[in-house]
Design a binder for this molecule. Structure first.
Ligand code: DGY
Length: 424
């Protein structure tokens, strides 16, 4: 007999997804994030796939309906007006229909579509894969063209929001070069929904806004941004996620018999060892992000550092060092994986990406560790994620020391990760 509490959690998770469904797309949380977010939607599709496959595909299709002609896929799509969020479409001024932001987000979509495809009735869903494949490929080409200008095999983030890990300690040093003197007055909305101790600081926000203003002043010209943006950081998280997504896109190309495209994707995968070398931080003895402008390592060990396994960047010595870090960190927290090393003086267990545990990152880290033959670690991380959700609810994130909730509740991607992976 199935565990009744798991059944009721399953029902709650489905209710959250259905409740946050705005018709073809799902908001991460109705108050704090009332639009379609790029990587949130991809994870949400994995949740819908467990009970409504058609709706799962539609989530991704709706996201790609907002793709720009050059392949860029925005991080927010403003399908409907909502005054509860800042910065809204007027601030971004992308000039697109539908209105969108001007930056992107971690490219998990191809990995999600591969899972949708492999779990699908392949006769019925083949036309939908045929339609999505060129859009996924165009987005990956965009990354390789505009976000890896030095052909290091990395993804260069042009804004902390692109990484999805907004206020990670990794961005402190590179973002300090951003001029905030002309930002002007603005009204944040996040701190009217949530306690400000769980959110980025005013200085972080000034930098976020200054970078939006910079991109907008270029007319969101991707080449100009690539060449001149004041924040250009090779992000270990996005890099590993794109590497993994390229593996998955290659599998889709093969499933569709696209030989020429498969060869192109393979050339991107061939860059993986170079990416691993560039992102290895000798001082930290760990993977981490690196400022492309100064060449300096960002000097923070975060949950994204563990995504090297997910990106299939294999290196026995470095892999052992990462597992030793996991062992040390697991001895310091109640639940894995904190978003910042608790031994880092900047660790704050309740502040957004400076300590709290995020279910989606746990899912990616756990998946990578399982692939790398680390079944015990993968299972521990999956169990910790399930326990956090079962004991605390479907929150945005969790304090790794106390399991207390951090950020918004009824969170779509947490519900999706429960249904797809973390449920007992
Ligand atoms: C926010 O507004 O906090 C988002 O993370 C930006 O994507």
């Amino acid at each position: 007999m199935s565990n009744p509490s798991t059944d009721s959690l399953d029902q709650q998770a489905r209710d959250i997804l259905i409740g946050n469904d705005r018709g073809g797309y799902t908001v991460p949380n109705g108050r704090v994030y009332p639009f379609q977010w790029n990587w949130d939607s991809a994870f949400v599709a994995l949740g819908f796939a467990t009970f409504d496959p058609d709706r799962a595909w539609r989530e991704v299709e709706t996201l790609f309906a907002a793709q720009w002609p050059d392949g860029f896929l925005p991080h927010i799509v403003f399908w409907k007006e909502d005054a509860g969020y800042f910065p809204g479409p007027q601030v971004w001024a992308s000039g697109r229909t539908p209105p969108t932001s001007g930056i992107t987000q971690p490219p998990v979509a191809a990995s999600v579509v591969r899972q949708l495809w492999e779990g699908a009735d392949q006769v019925a869903f083949r036309p939908r894969l045929e339609a999505l494949f060129p859009k996924l490929l165009a987005w990956h080409r965009w990354f390789h063209r505009f976000r890896d200008p030095q052909k290091k095999g990395v993804v260069v983030a042009m804004h902390p929001w692109e990484t999805g890990r907004d206020n990670s300690a990794e961005w402190d040093a590179p973002a300090s070069a951003v001029d905030v003197s002309q930002v002007g007055a603005y009204q944040r909305r996040d701190t009217s929904h949530l306690d400000q101790s769980m959110r980025p600081t005013k200085l972080d926000y000034d930098r976020y806004l200054a970078l939006v203003q910079y991109g907008r002043a270029t007319g969101w010209n991707h080449q100009t941004i690539t060449d001149t943006n004041p924040f250009r950081v090779a992000d270990v998280g996005m890099t590993m996620i794109l590497l993994r997504a390229n593996h998955d896109l290659l599998a889709l190309a093969q499933a569709l018999g696209r030989r020429v495209e498969a060869e192109e994707i393979q050339t991107w995968l061939d860059l993986a060892p170079a990416a691993g070398d560039y992102l290895w931080d000798e001082r930290l003895n760990a993977y981490g992000s690196r400022d492309l402008i100064t060449g300096q390592a960002c000097g923070a060990l975060t949950s994204a550092s563990f995504l090297a396994f997910y990106g299939r960047v294999r290196h026995p010595v470095r892999d052992r060092a990462m597992l030793a870090h996991a062992e040390r960190i697991a001895g310091r927290v109640g639940r894995m994986v904190p978003s910042l090393d608790p031994d880092d003086p900047r660790f704050e267990p309740m502040r957004y990406w400076r300590g709290p545990v995020w279910a989606v990152v746990n899912y990616l880290v756990g998946t990578g560790l399982a692939d790398a033959g680390q079944a015990d670690w993968a299972e521990k991380i999956r169990r910790d994620t399930g326990e956090l959700i079962a004991t605390t609810g479907f929150h945005e994130a969790y304090d790794p020391l106390t399991s207390a909730p951090s950020g918004g509740d009824d969170f779509s991607w947490t519900a999706a990760i429960w249904l797809h992976w973390a449920r007992r």
